[in-house]
Design a protein around this ligand. Structure first.
Ligand code: KIV
Ligand code: ZN
Length: 516
């Protein structure tokens, strides 16, 4: 029996990147986008071009480099935003502009408070329809594929929502995004909203209905599936469910629910689910947002059985306690072990399996670092390789380079750090005490560089097991209300911590150059 297909619209690089404290570099976006293409997503929302030169550059680069999925860019219902999308997407084989505005009374009265949008709420609502129509018409000058988002549909007056949707379809919108922006909806209610849109919007057959759900009440996936059951044929989601506040609907959960319960949904997707685990790892590593061990589908314990009764039942017959196979989502099973004797070819092969495609020079750089780590550890794991990629390839301009670090820590004495940092080609040295060895190193770096950004958060985690494990340090600093995240990995955790701090201040310097 043939099944109906739904389209998977990935917004990890746009809504996902809006998760508090995250920022992806252009090269990181490219690597994630390649992996998403490999996974088989139908549409990649690459960014919001007007929001920053980096976002513009990322959309432009993905338009040129990514083959297969449609490349989409976000805009408000504003001419300049739409023109920026049109320019950034110019190189794409298949492009989409995603434009729209708020449609709930709360959004309209809040965002359009200025009298220029009308004096009464009714006037403002009429103006919002005009703006939506104009935005869609303008976007259609750049592409035939225009998606309209009716922001905060989950809390909007349904009668007004139907009017907006009808008007934008008449103006040329081909996809209608019904976002539950605040994660307020309940599955039954959200499903009915989609059903009513199908029945009440007179020209609905000219457009595809899309659902875009947030997870504030933990119902993003359930709401998305309720939308699908009631006629939505595109789902917007992110890897690991990353996104604004509590996040977006998790792609791996939606796809695996449709697949595992195909007898119920009778719907399929183009997704090659065996790439989920690696994609999840890549996104977690690059965004610096770890996946909970008990996270459905991609958490480390998602296929781990430990209680006696479960293990016994599982060993006798897998299906007793498992509804999916780990290999269906690419969860690690046996594989080639990487050691100091693994050649370049083996390392390249593993990196490609992980979704990293490197030039010959880049591979050499990673391989040299791999050898240093392989000399210290018996086995190099995928997580070690991901940490090396972060250090060696996903780098940004090095305004500050840590040339030398010495930390002396003795019982009953304050630790002392000595650093040499190259600042724009000039060597700066400093010595400082601190509450602990890492604090001392940070004080010395601050003195050497003159950087005063506030340290908001610091964490260290063992990337893999064993006493020679790589430690990955993550540092969050803020300056003028902006957040910068730095990361670095080393088998020496004090060195990893100092380099992560240097990475964060380099990211801050690079952002300042881009914004100036
Ligand atoms: O949640 C939302 O409403 C959005 C729109 C911009 C599509 O992300
Ligand atoms: Zn959203």
């Amino acid at each position: 029996m043939s099944r109906e297909k739904i389209l998977i619209f990935d917004t990890t690089l746009r809504d996902g990147e809006q998760a508090a404290g995250t920022r992806l570099d252009v090269r990181e976006k490219l690597d994630i986008a390649r992996q998403l293409a490999r996974l088989g997503v139908d549409i990649i929302e690459a960014g919001f071009p007007i929001s920053s030169p980096k976002d513009f550059e990322a959309v432009q680069l993905l338009s040129k480099e990514i083959q297969g999925p449609v490349i989409c860019a976000l805009s408000r219902a504003v001419a300049d935003d739409i023109d920026a999308c049109g320019k950034a997407l110019a190189g794409a084989k298949r492009s989409r502009i995603h434009t729209g505005l708020g449609v709930s009374d709360i959004h309209i009265s809040g965002k359009f408070s200025d009298d220029k949008y009308g004096k009464t709420l009714e006037e403002k609502k009429a103006k919002a329809i005009e703006m939506g129509v104009a935005a869609v018409k303008r976007a259609r000058q750049y592409t035939d594929d225009v998606e309209f988002y009716a922001e905060d549909s989950g809390r909007a007056d349904p009668e007004y929502l139907y009017q907006v949707l009808e008007a934008v379809v008449n103006a040329g919108a081909t996809v209608l995004n019904i976002p539950d922006t605040t994660g307020y909806a309940i599955p039954d209610e959200f499903g009915k909203l989609i059903k009513n849109i199908k029945q009440r919007v007179s020209n609905i057959e000219k457009a595809t209905i899309s659902v875009h759900c947030h997870d504030d009440l933990g119902m993003a996936v359930a709401n998305s599936l309720a939308g699908v059951l009631n006629g939505a044929r595109q789902v917007e989601c992110t890897i690991n469910g990353v996104g604004e506040r509590a996040g977006n609907a998790a792609m791996e959960e939606i796809v695996m629910a449709l697949r595992t319960r195909k007898n119920f949904f009778n719907i399929e997707t183009n997704i090659e689910s065996k790439h989920f685990y690696r994609t999840s790892r890549m996104v977690a590593d690059m965004l610096g947002i770890e996946v909970a061990v008990n996270k459905a589908v991609v958490g480390k314990n998602a296929f781990a059985h430990s209680s006696g009764i479960h293990v016994d039942g599982f060993l006798k017959k897998r299906e007793t306690y498992e509804i999916m196979k780990p290999e269906d989502v690419g969860s690690p099973s046996s594989k080639v072990v990487l050691t100091a004797r693994t050649g370049r070819h083996g390392v390249r092969h593993r990196l490609e399996e992980m979704g990293y495609h490197l030039s010959t020079d880049e591979l050499e750089q990673v391989y040299q670092r791999f050898l240093i780590i392989a000399d210290k550890k018996k086995e190099v794991f995928d997580e070690d390789l991901a940490a090396i990629i972060n250090d060696e390839i996903h780098t940004i301009e090095q305004t500050y380079v840590l040339e030398y670090l010495k930390v002396v820590s003795e019982t009953d004495k304050a630790p002392v750090a000595e650093v040499k940092v190259i600042v724009k080609g000039e060597i700066k040295t400093a010595t400082a005490e601190g509450d602990g060895p890492i604090d001392a190193a940070y004080q010395a770096i601050r003195e050497a560089t003159g950087v005063t950004a506030k340290l908001e958060n610091y964490s260290i985690r063992a990337v893999t097991g064993g006493k020679e494990a790589l430690g990955e340090a993550t540092v969050k600093i803020t300056e003028n209300g902006k957040i910068y995240i730095g990361r670095s990995a080393s088998t020496d955790i004090i060195e990893a911590s100092a380099k992560a701090y240097i990475d964060s201040i380099n990211r801050m310097a690079s952002a300042a150059v881009n914004e100036s």
